[in-house]
Design a protein around this ligand. Sequence first.
Ligand SMILES: *Cc1c(COP(=O)(O)O)cnc(C)c1O
Length: 394
Amino acid sequence: MTLPVAVTRCIDQLKAEHEGPLCAYVYDLLALEQHIKAMREVLPDNCELFYAAKANPEARVLKTLAPWVDGFEAASGGELAWLHEQCPDEPLIFGGPGKLDRELDIAMQYSVSAFHVESVTELRSLARIARQRGVRAALMLRLNLKLTQAPQSRLVMGGKPTPFGLDEQGLASALQLLREEPSLELKGLHFHMLSHQLDVDAHLALIRSYFLTFRQLCVDHDLQLPVLNVGGGMGINYQNPAQSFDWPRFCQGLKGLVDEFGMGATRIRFEIGRFISAACGYYVMQVLDIKSSHGEFFAIGRGGTHHFRTPAAQDHNHPFTVMRGTNPPQISGQDVTLVGQLCTPKDVLARQQPVAQLAIGDLLVFSLAGAYAWNISHQNFLMHEPPLKVFIDG
Ligand SMILES: *Cc1c(COP(=O)(O)O)cnc(C)c1O
């Protein structure tokens, strides 16, 4: 992969300014802004775009996105408090399993736009707390139903037994409770059944079955629901970013489905994480050592999977670029395994990858490190220093 000029310039500057081997996260906020604007531009009129903050809740990332999104999705009480603090004027929606009563109560104080209810127990707690506060809680029911189109991707969390959402039986109990409970206001239905979706046609087929199910449930239960939340899950192809989810083509197909199913008066809400923030982030490790072990080369970089767990979590070779320094190459045209400083053989960022040239002091720049990267890493393991964190903002 070739790096954007702004990114290499920023890394060169970091290297010049900081003593010692470099280890840093670089976030290109200008690229992030361009990306979210482009996503927004092709989205059909009745659609809303929320950012699922768990992908990357960096304050600067949130603030860059805020003007271009309809709001943020919090997947925990902690995220909710953070989002409220960082972006107090943005609409918030609150999902995630195992919400505490205290968190539900705080969310009511924050006037969240919608609670995403994951279970009947949670619905009862929400009703009780809303009654105590004398307010009506706006909510969406998260559903895990057997659909006509089974979700298909590397990570599926619906249409089969999972801890998330309500199945057919749970939905029936929830609707019964909603009929008897004036402190609850059902705003819509919520589906988030998969992540890592790369296939636009498969995803359109899934959206089609969400539309069918939504319409059918509204008829069967005499519901008028203004919102359908269709989740996130658009994927990044880490091996070939050019083959990542084709958002413009998806939006074109989506418009066709909205027309075909007469969904124009319903607000279709997306809550997307990875596809929004993955591409803006870079993780940089300076090479500390190069060695050969039983015939294979290893390059040890400053940092590792305790900062950047993505390749270990996804079990993939993460794409990287070498920024050469001035030392003569120790490896030329050979395969090398890129590892970090941890005392575990699992600390691998890419295995046996070809490099043209590599020397101690060179920089390894891992791209697509802006989502599920720093914040999913076991940062305190071995007590190494944290990476620098820099933002390209013009
Ligand atoms: C994680 C999550 C998302 C975002 O998923 P991405 O794959 O990052 O787009 C959206 N909705 C829910 C309920 C989630 O748990």
